[in-house]
Design a protein around this ligand. Structure first.
Ligand SMILES: [Zn+2]
Length: 127
């Protein structure tokens, strides 16, 4: 099993030989060589035996929310939302959910605010 960088914007897949694990504050980590994010590891080796590191499965997977307002022809704005979710099991890429039009608003800021509040609902519900 390779290690996968948990930084959603990176998601580098790293062969074990590519990463150097470090022991800090009683825990194990590796630093992603691409984005330098610190990723946590777990030692599953027997006490006193050799260290055996795995990447723990995360329930709180990182996600990224992109809320935007798309200008419409009539001068209004459509709220749009994209949610990127990292997948620890299925592999490399973040899953992406996409909403084209969550509602139409008179100004762009309102549209973005609406998209963001939708995102918050969504992430809370699935957590
Ligand atoms: Zn990375």
């Amino acid at each position: 099993m390779p290690f996968i960088c948990e930084n959603v914007e990176c998601r580098a897949v790293l062969a074990r030989g590519q990463v150097r694990s470090t022991h800090e504050d009683e825990r194990w980590y590796f630093y992603c060589p691409d984005c330098k994010a610190r990723n946590e590891l777990k030692n599953i080796g027997i006490p006193g035996g050799p260290v055996e590191l795995i990447q723990p499965e995360r329930s709180d997977l990182p996600h990224k929310v992109i809320a935007t307002a798309r200008p419409l022809e009539d001068g209004k704005y459509a709220a749009q939302l994209r949610v990127q979710r990292a997948l620890s099991m299925k592999g490399v890429y973040a899953a992406e959910e996409h909403w084209e039009q969550l509602g139409v608003f008179l100004d762009a800021q309102e549209a973005v605010a609406h998209a963001k509040s939708k995102a918050a609902d969504l992430l809370e519900r699935k957590a």
